[in-house]
Structure formats: C-alpha cells, structure tokens
Design a protein around this ligand. Structure first.
Ligand code: FES
Ligand code: FE2
Length: 432
C-alpha cells in the first residue's frame, strides 16, 4: 500500500498530525486531490423524480446542478454560467425546462445546452459557437440504489468499484425493505470545525458515545443497546477508506421508543432475507462513505454530507430517511426521533458539534498544532475477516477505522493514481 503523506499520517503507528485539520494549504490540496477526484454524494432519486426536476449542491466547494432533463435522463453540471462565471441557478431545488443567468441572460436547457444568448447577432456577429459553450458536466455520474454520486475525475474507477464491499453495508441503510427509502428534509447549518472530525466520528467513534452523550444516555434518551459499555460490536473497514460501525446482529440501534423497537424486530426477517447471510454476523448502524457522506441508523435515521467550507468550517446537509414501506405512524416516529437526536438542535448532534469545534479551534495555536493526535486504540488487534469482506476489530472500541480512513486520505493527498490505491476488494495485503 502506498503510504502517502507519511509525515502527516502514520497509520502504522496510529498517529495523525494536527496540521491536517487547520492549515489552509493542506485544505486547498484536499479540494484538489480528494474532492475533485473521489466519488461524492449528490442527492437521492426521490429529490428529482420528474423531468425538469433539479437540485443544487456542491462537490467540495464547486457548485453543482443536478437535473433530470425533459427526456428523463439525469445530468450533473457545474452550476456556473460559461460567460462570466456567475452562479447559474440560485434555487435549492425545483422544476425548470431551462435556466437563465441573472447577469446577462445566457440561457441553458435542462440538458445543459446553451440555447439562448441575448443579442447574439449584434454582440457576437453570429460567430459564437453555442455548441461549445454549454454547461460543464461532471466527469462521471452514477447511481447506487437511488443514491446519485459523481466525480470530476474521468480516471476514477466506476462507482461500483469505488464502493466495492461498502455496497453491502450501504444496503443496510437504503435497501432494507421493498421500495427502499424515502427522505425528509433537509437541515442545513455550519459547524466551525474541520470536515474530517464528523466524517471520522460517524465512521469509527463508538468510544465517545457513553461519555460525550452521557446525559442523553443517563436519561434513557438514547437506545440502551448502543450506549452500554458492554455492548458488542465490530468496527469494519470494507476498503477504499469507507468505514462502518456495527453492533451485534442480535441488537437494535433504535431509540427506546416501543413503536420503533417493535418495528425493527418485526421487519428483521424481511430485512435479513434481503441482506443475506452476512446480516447474521453484524448490524451496521453508522458509516462514512469516503470522504464526506455519512449515514446513521441508531437513535435517528439520518444521512448527511459534510461539505468542506475552509479548514475550520463544515456545512452540514442532513436528511432523515425511512423505509418507504413503513406505516405512517412509524414514519412520524422516525421523523420526531430524527429531529430530537440529530440536526442543529438535536441532543446528540449538539454534544458532538461542541467537541468537534474545540478539536478544530485549539489547532490554531502554533504550538498545539505541532502535536500528533492519537489513533492507536486497538492497534494490532484488527484482522481481515473474509466473511465481512473487510478489516475488522473484534470490539467496537477501536480506532482501526480511523487508521483506514486516514491512510486513504494520505494516499489520495499524495496524488497517487487510482490504479495504485483502489482496493478491488479489501485484502490482507492492505493492512494498516
Ligand atoms: S455571466 Fe452569465 S450571462 Fe453573463
Ligand atoms: Fe456522537
């Protein structure tokens, strides 16, 4: 394995430099080497169901317009006018046959073609080749079970290879029941923290739950199962920097609301049949798809994108998701649990945000910035588990997922070509 930026991340020793959470030059490199190369989550199918539906988002700091054109084909373009670079579409979402720039009125059809240029004859003597000045598309666009992803890198592996073994773990969130999921939301807010703190937390930090969230745990606000110190579980790294926290298959991650617990147990036979035999081994409840798309199915059902907004700022876009086949009272209970636990006013989210913020802020000091951070928990105690298709730690209090996440981070940051870094399947040669 290419060890990447060794001076900043040493996965073998389990140390990470604090500089990667605060320095503007490193942040700029992240935008280039990670956000302009990796597959990034855009939106869910149900947000753009009809011809003409669109949704505006970001890939890194690049604004992106996702559109289903009049023929029903989905595209993703830079949301930037080709004339003087104005932001083309200012709405969050909607339905439109065309988009007209606010500055000089260039107009693009919902398939990206430039169709209208004011005063074309007078201003351009009819010499402007409109075919060459359509919206700029992403390099590759892909869909996995309703989730749209894109990359700006034409050399990137296809989405199914990029996800690899992670696909099965994603199924545990988005393909549990017939009809898959529907989504609600979103909540959007800014946290003054580096984007990697929430990404690593969702993908590998079970250690903080009984302590950071002590008040919620003590008041039984949380589910007993995931917060108990003696809870069983497995940390899983299915390759390519993706990371998952699993509880035992005999446990539920639902909040202590009878309705939701009953629903979980009642649907398990259907869910396990869909997911197959691996569901007898682990119950994945929280995950990060490298680099910045996280999903949670404990206490709340939410997925979110950690949009980077500078080294010390993250804009969170968060949705509640639920099985489409769930009855209305369950959907309501999931919605309420989602708002109670996560989102800007969620009990759990507030605990987390406070810590991520201070982990970032203290890095402003030139002396404290020189510290190394410790990701040594469980070092040497993980193993490759063929049944899980992943590196796994027996016990969920382990930072093996942090090490895999940061190892991939450093490989991408070193600019290594894809054929050197992609795991076609996580393998024993890939140990960190
Ligand atoms: S910048 Fe868009 S029309 Fe001029
Ligand atoms: Fe948390």
């Amino acid at each position: 394995m290419n060890r990447g930026m060794h001076e900043l991340v040493d996965a073998d020793r389990g140390v990470v430099s604090r500089r990667i959470f605060i320095e503007p030059e490193i942040y700029q490199q992240e935008l280039k080497q990670i956000f302009a190369r990796c597959w990034l989550f855009l939106c869910h199918d149900s947000q753009i169901p009809l011809p003409g539906d669109f949704f505006t988002t970001y890939m890194g700091e690049d604004p992106v317009l996702v559109i289903r054109d009049n023929d029903g084909q989905v595209h993703a373009f830079l949301n930037v006018c080709r004339h003087r670079g104005n932001r083309l579409c200012r709405a969050d979402s909607g339905n439109a046959a065309s988009f007209t720039c606010a500055y000089h009125g260039w107009t693009y059809r919902n398939d990206g073609r430039l169709t209208g240029v004011p005063y074309l004859r007078e201003a351009y003597h009819n010499e402007l080749d409109r075919e060459r000045w359509g919206l700029i598309p992403v390099a590759l666009l892909g869909n996995y079970k309703g989730l749209w992803f894109a990359t700006f890198d034409s050399e990137a592996p296809p989405l199914h290879e990029y996800l690899g073994e992670m696909a099965w773990y994603l199924d545990n969130f988005v393909d549990r029941r017939e009809g898959r999921i529907e989504i609600l939301g979103m909540h959007r807010w800014v946290i003054p923290c580096n984007w990697k703190f929430p990404a690593e937390n969702f993908g590998g930090d079970a250690y903080h739950v009984p302590w950071s969230h002590l008040s919620a745990v003590t008041t039984s606000f949380s589910t007993g199962a995931t917060a108990k110190r003696n809870a069983t579980g497995t940390m899983v790294s299915p390759g390519n920097g993706h990371v998952v926290i699993c509880i035992g298959p005999e446990m539920s991650g639902e909040p202590p609301a009878d309705k939701l617990l009953d629903y979980d147990w009642a649907t398990r036979p259907e869910v396990n049949t869909r997911l197959g035999p691996r569901s007898a081994l682990v119950n994945p409840i929280v995950a990060t798809v490298f680099p910045n798309f996280s999903l949670l199915r404990a206490t709340s059902r939410t997925f979110r994108v950690w949009h980077p907004r500078g080294p010390d700022k993250t804009e969170v876009w968060s949705w509640v998701f639920m099985d489409k086949a769930a009855p209305p009272e369950i959907k309501k209970a999931i919605r309420l649990a989602g708002a109670r636990g996560f989102g800007p006013s969620g009990t759990f989210e507030q605990d987390d945000m406070d810590n991520w913020q201070e982990c970032t802020r203290t890095g402003r000091g030139v002396i404290s910035r020189q510290m190394l951070l410790n990701t040594q928990m469980g070092l040497g105690h993980d193993r490759f588990d063929p049944a899980l298709g992943a590196w796994a730690s027996e016990y969920r209090y382990s930072e093996s997922n942090h090490r895999h996440f940061y190892c991939r981070w450093s490989e991408m940051m070193s600019g290594a070509p894809w054929n050197e870094v992609v795991d076609h399947s996580a393998s024993e040669n890939d140990h960190v």
